[in-house]
Structures are given as C-alpha cells and as structure tokens.
Design a protein around this ligand. Sequence first.
Ligand SMILES: Cc1cc2nc3c(=O)[nH]c(=O)nc-3n(C[C@H](O)[C@H](O)[C@H](O)COP(=O)(O)OP(=O)(O)OC[C@H]3O[C@@H](n4cnc5c(N)ncnc54)[C@H](O)[C@@H]3O)c2cc1C
Ligand code: FES
Length: 269
Amino acid sequence: MPQPAEVLSVRSLTKLEKVFTLRLGSKKRLHHQPGQFLQVSILGVGECPISICSSPTRPDTFELTVRRVGEVTAAIHRLEVGDVIGVRGPLGRGFDPSLFEGHDVLVVAGGCALAPARSLIQYVLDRRDRFGDFHVFYGARSPEELLFRDELESWQADARVRCLVTVDGADDTWRGHTGVVTRLFSQWPCHQPARTKVAVIGPPVMFKFVMLELIGRQIPERSIFCSIERRMKCGIGKCGHCQVNQLYACQDGPVFCYTELATVREAIR
Ligand SMILES: Cc1cc2nc3c(=O)[nH]c(=O)nc-3n(C[C@H](O)[C@H](O)[C@H](O)COP(=O)(O)OP(=O)(O)OC[C@H]3O[C@@H](n4cnc5c(N)ncnc54)[C@H](O)[C@@H]3O)c2cc1C
Ligand code: FES
C-alpha cells in the first residue's frame, strides 16, 4: 500500500534532473538500504520506480533524484513544497553495507546512476571508521550532465575519500579528467584485491568494460555488486515485467552480486 510522503524541498540539479527531499506522513523512517527503490505514485497520473538517493544514516527525511522523461516523471517535476505523494517501499534488494564493512571500497557510477550511488557514498562517509580505503569513480557524458556537482566538489576536498570525476566530452569550463570512466582505473592503487568490495551502478554499456578492469585486478567476482535497471511495473514480483530468465530485478535485485549475473549476461548488456 502506498503511504503518504510530504515534499519538504525541491532543487534543480540539471536541465532534466531535480532532487526532492521528502518525509513520510507519519514521520516514520524508511529503514532502507542504499540501492533500494520506491514506487512513487502521483494520483491520477501513475506510478514509477525511483531509487532512494540519500543514506539510511540520515533517517529523518529521504531524497529522490528524478529525471524528467515522460508523464509520471513530469508530474513529479511539477511538485512543490507541501505537496503530498504516495510511496510504496522500500523495495528490492540494495547494497548490504555489512558486506562492505572491514573492506576497501570502490564505487563506480555512470550518468544519472550517481543518484543511487550517492546513498552508498553517504553511508560509507557517515560510518567511515568501519571501512578501509574508499574510492569513488564517476563518469558522465558532459559537464552539464554531472549530478550533485556541489557534493562532488566536497568529496574531492575530503581526505576520507578519493573521488575522481571524468566526462566523455569536455567544454571550455572543464578542468578535470576526460574520457570514459574506466580511464580512472589507472589511478586506483587496489592494494588488496581480496579485501576489496566494489559497487557498480550505471548504464549497461559501462558494465562490460568496468568488469574487465575489475577482473584484471583480481577482484573476486563475489566481491562485485551491480545495480541493474529493468522496466518495472508492480515492483513486488507479480507481473514479470522485470524478469531476466529466473531473476526478478524488482525482488532479487536491482542489486545483484556479479556471481549471480554471470549466468544472465543479457542483464548487463
Ligand atoms: C529500480 C529502478 C530505479 C530507478 N531509479 C530512478 C531514479 O532514481 N531516478 C529517475 O529519474 N529514474 C529512475 N528510474 C527510471 C524511472 O522509473 C523511469 O524513468 C520512469 O518510470 C519513467 O516514467 P514516465 O511515465 O515519466 O515515462 P515513460 O512515458 O514511462 O517513459 C519515458 C521514456 O523513458 C523510457 N523508460 C521508462 N522506464 C525506463 C527504464 N526503467 N529504463 C530505461 N528507460 C526507461 C521509456 O522507454 C520512454 O522512452 C528507475 C527505474 C528502475 C527500474
Ligand atoms: S516489476 Fe513486476 S515482477 Fe518485477
């Protein structure tokens, strides 16, 4: 059943993306894992899955980043402070932070997937003493498509994390790295592959090349966790919209261990 959630603030990130801060009507906490999603409903318009982009370590409110692509996301973009929407969830399986604790951590994000990755990044920063070396690699097509630029800058200035950002195509203002996200791997020391956990979130085209880098550095397949995006309808394993062979992305995922996906190549192509 959807529960009401009130919009507390709205902020534009790019021409297409806005971030919404919300609070459950009952002031209850979501109790989510990074990587989980909500089915967000707008009365009279419809419902769509949106990842929770804030960390459960900041539990009083939660945030959603929404890219305007169609009817439901356009209706979400029209929301104002004080409006109430419906949310179902948290749904699916996210990144289990306890599996990352005690390990070096690398988060690789591409495009608008920085939104779900941000939840895990905030989590590691908020519980920093539980993790080893922490790297974040983020790639976008162009500087204007980078999400959370202010936070990227603060992470880059933060000695507790090494955050590297690259764009495929630079403009005159860009002073950072250029090229695809895998180019950043040359700057990853990866001192102890057996004690490293990796989260990969991005478009399917990114996965193949990121996996080649990770496997080439002897990261065990069981230490690699990927979030995949499939079309979804019900979000609770009833309709089959998100099915990849024997897996339901909405219930078994969207976060999978690479060992689970290795047999379902189509999920990451
Ligand atoms: C687990 C999960 C988490 C997601 N998290 C986010 C998020 O944090 N922020 C966000 O903005 N979006 C997210 N999405 C995608 C979002 O659900 C879709 O963009 C939304 O359903 C589009 O609804 P619409 O009515 O606005 O557009 P529609 O009219 O339904 O679609 C508009 C266009 O988007 C395409 N599209 C719709 N759904 C998807 C999809 N799942 N993958 C690729 N293309 C799609 C359609 O083919 C069409 O071209 C997520 C999807 C999943 C499955
Ligand atoms: S979305 Fe219906 S089964 Fe996954």
